[in-house]
Write a protein that binds this ligand. Sequence first.
Ligand code: PLP
Length: 426
Amino acid sequence: MADHNTLLDAERISSVYRRTMSTGKAVLAEFMGGQVEVESSGAWITTSSGEKIFNAGGYGVFITGARHPAVVAEVARQLNTHPVGTRIFLEPVAARASELLMSVVPAGLERVHFASSGTEATEAAIKLARLGGRHQLVSMTGGYHGKTMGALSLTARDVFQRPFRPLLPDVTHVPYGDVPALTAVLERAPGEAAVIVEPVQGEGGVLIPPSGYLSAVRAVCSEYGALMIVDEVQTGLGRLGHWWGADAEGVRPDILLSGKALGGAVVPVSAAITTNEVFSVLDRDPVLHTSTFSAAPITMAAVCGAITAIRDDDLVARAAELGGLLTERFRLITAERLPHHHTAVRGAGLLIGIEFADPSLAADLFIALVSNQVVANLSLNSDYVVRLTPPAVMTESDVDFLVERFELAVRLVADRNPEYEVHTDA
Ligand code: PLP
């Protein structure tokens, strides 16, 4: 077996990836400089060569930063006592995590099914909808809800769906932000539909709907007896500067989906949180929808740590404050350095998108950020948008570093693309 030092060798790791895992991932990682990440703390990642890289990516997982002390303490204690349960007996940390979660979700949500990934939370929601007689599923174009077969049926992007069709039947996609289009679908199937919607479309390219959209969706769902599922796998737990995007409009969904940050960036865990009424169909048969690691004590400890960290460190308010500041700075920098490149900077809390008129410019900024020690993300459902999701635990000097490096990266993009003109058909 290879020893630790051999495993730290980047070339060897890459060849193992190619041989045993994803060739595409190895190629992409090599293209991005072939770094090997071995450690993390707060907003920072350390590579095997000792370089520090700022983490403004991670697909929205790191609202508490890496290894937040409150999360690590909970998880370490559980690791050393009882990490995985029998599932036959009751277990205290699951009860504590559920109670803590209920204390921060919109009033009226009272029950929870825990899972591991965001896509499994979506699957649970689809099954709850069907158990409640809602067989017509409605999702929004540009929406992202995961890639298992049920969730993929709702993730309205042809490039991900096409190779796997046929998917679930009776799924309709309507334009995001378009309440009349949604109404037209729901009035054809009163009492039979479930609607899934994100408060802000993260993978869709940080698309922020018009103010009042979510409450209008709530109203139309109530009017036509449709179940409202709000997918906050990416937007929840403070990311938008509110505990939940739904809170910003005083909306109580029938099902709220959480994931990503729910495990405190230490353990994968997700949840479908519902009203009593929606969940009661599962009470009849507790083994109808189960999963071996659902509510495993180690994952529940992470949930306790994550919620405690967000609450006690005031990370929701911090996300709102830092998000506002960063969005404004990024807007000024792009306007000054890329005045002819048709960029748009959008932000809700610490979910920030930089949109370009051309995917090659978005890719260019993404690469320029990495070469300036900042990890960001592109968007799975939009090739035009670079996404930044830095943690709410950033210090002042972290913020300064991020702004300074963002400016350097934008300058690089400007230097490489000085003659850029938007070509339109007009
Ligand atoms: N829902 C939303 C809104 C997401 O952003 C994601 C992932 O990006 C998912 C669901 C799927 O989560 P996972 O990748 O953990 O399955």
